[in-house]
Write a protein that binds this ligand. Structure first.
Ligand SMILES: [Ca+2]
Length: 516
């Protein structure tokens, strides 16, 4: 724990204690100055620093949130936070998978740099995180909810004064929790409600120090089980397969091969379809039930946001609290014939991001491309905390405040083939403000395993027409191939150093039941 500068603010302390501290300061001035020099935060007024409420949803599509474009899902509490802050309309994850993306959010690093490349790898304890930095600078810190870096480990992690989590994904009902390594308990009830109760308990105990609370929702991750009161909320909404599910003529073959698998629309649909593969048009009813249930779980997240914001307002903390609401990765809901995520298609990489609080404008919309890696530097910037060294992300505080002429216009996406989930190839791709180019490396240095993809996002935002093999775009493709290689090299990834598993192809076998 770093040196805490609150002791200089005698407003917190009874008069006799205050005088005591004054004498202590007189006696030990030299010692205190030495501590000041050692502590990066000691010159800051910690007491006036904003609190941080960081709300992370799991697999939440932006268009499943009212203010971010949903026609059907009403989220008045999330919308109110957005109206009071900034909506990022082009916010992306750089590896669309729970654990790698969560590690990027905490560290500001790409997956190849932090090393969490699948859902089974622990976040290396030596890596600096934004909550850890705030803890060093005098914040009280907590993580409550789904962590999921290290599938079977629910014990407390470094950087947090309070850590309440569970193994793996947790369950929508009656999850067993490890409460700060002190006790295990299984409170009856719906995950989203229970995790919010834990958060409110902790918030109610905070006193003088600024605090940073990370809430890791399970919702709306598969398998989708809405709270009973929302089970039928969307019964009247008709859901169809999206147009891109049937526009596969120009797409690489692996996308067609994925259709009847665990991650395709003709597969089991996270148990919403019992007999598969099923390509019949009427089988869309299973898909429809799946999407309705996904939306239903989001309604409870909105209730949770409402309870937390109400608490902050009742206790007079709302104005001095930075609230960041986001998702860890996107989700394919039938686009290109897919469910799940992992690919570099737009629904898989787009994540909701809303931020409000001191240092941010109200009612603003930001179109610049922001990444999961930008969260750590942005939150530390908003808290006037020392930045993390040698990270990949950048603070968007200036971008959000108006404009940042130096902001990025292109970025790199990476994903490594998983043997346990053989439905997505190795991916290295680049997304500029207008273009997307995606390569599928074999993994052993031999020619790429699959045809690449090239999209003009301005004219074809749904990615219906792959231009990679269209001779009219050969020059554009060559330019983007070069830019991809250059940007990868800037991240330290050359053909020699960028190691990845061998792509063993798309398979129809189901994943092990324990890791679904
Ligand atoms: Ca996720």
């Amino acid at each position: 724990m770093g040196f805490h500068s609150n002791i200089f603010n005698c407003g917190f302390l009874p008069e006799n204690l205050c005088a005591g501290f004054t004498r202590l300061l007189e006696i030990t001035t030299a010692t205190m100055i030495a501590m000041l020099l050692m502590s990066p935060s000691a010159d800051a007024d910690t007491a006036s620093r904003p609190n941080v409420l960081f709300i992370l949803c799991d697999d939440l599509r932006p268009d499943a949130v009212g203010c971010l474009g949903s026609k059907h899902v009403k989220t008045p509490h999330i919308d109110a936070v957005a109206a009071d802050g900034v909506c990022f309309t082009n916010s992306f994850c750089t590896t669309s998978l729970c654990s790698p993306s969560r590690a990027s959010i905490l560290t500001g690093l790409y997956a190849h740099a932090h090393g969490v490349r699948n859902n089974f790898t622990e976040l290396p304890a030596n890596l600096a995180t934004w909550p850890g930095r705030l803890q060093q600078e005098g914040y009280e810190t907590a993580y409550i909810g789904k962590w999921h870096m290290g599938e079977g480990n629910d014990s407390p992690r470094p950087g947090f004064d309070w850590f309440v989590s569970h193994k793996g994904q947790g369950k929508y009902f009656d999850t067993e929790w490890n409460v700060n390594g002190q006790r295990r308990e299984t409170p009856a009830g719906y995950y989203t409600t229970v995790v919010t109760d834990y958060c409110l308990d902790w918030l109610g105990q905070q006193q003088d120090k600024p605090w940073a609370l990370c809430l890791g929702h399970k919702a709306p991750h598969s398998f989708y089980f809405p709270e009973p009161k929302y089970e039928h909320a969307f019964d009247d909404v008709t859901v169809r397969y999206p147009a891109s599910a049937f526009a596969l003529e120009t797409q690489p073959d692996w996308i067609k091969q994925r259709l009847p698998t665990w991650h395709g629309i003709y597969g089991p649909l996270f148990d919403w379809r019992k007999k598969f593969p099923d390509r019949r048009p009427e089988a869309v009813t299973d898909f429809q039930r799946m999407v309705r249930a996904y939306w239903g779980t989001v309604l409870s997240v909105d209730d949770s946001v409402g309870r937390l914001v109400a608490f902050l307002k009742e206790t007079g903390q709302y104005d001095n609290t930075v609230i960041v609401f986001m998702g860890d990765n996107g989700l394919l809901e039938g686009e290109h014939g897919m469910v799940d995520k992992r690919t570099m298609h737009e629904p898989s990489i787009r994540v909701p991001l809303i931020a409000r609080g001191p240092g941010l404008p109200a009612g603003a919309t930001v179109a610049g491309q922001v990444l999961t890696e930008d969260i750590a530097p942005s939150i530390l910037d908003l808290c006037a905390a020392a930045p993390l060294a040698d990270i990949d992300g950048r603070s968007w505080r200036q971008l959000a405040a108006g404009d940042d002429p130096e902001w990025r216009t292109a970025w790199i996406y990476e994903y490594d083939y998983e043997k346990q989930f053989p439905y997505t190839p190795n991916i290295r791709g680049i997304r500029t403000d207008r273009w997307k180019f995606v390569r599928y490396p074999h993994g052993d240095g031999s020619p790429d395993r699959h045809t690449p993809e090239l999209y003009n996002l301005e004219e074809d935002p749904q990615e219906l027409t792959n231009l990679a093999e269209n001779p009219n775009f050969a020059q554009r493709r060559a330019e983007l191939e070069r830019q991809l290689a250059t940007e990868l090299a800037a991240l330290g990834l050359t053909p020699e150093s960028d190691t990845m598993p061998l792509d063993e192809g798309i398979k129809t076998e189901l994943p092990d039941e324990k890791i679904r």
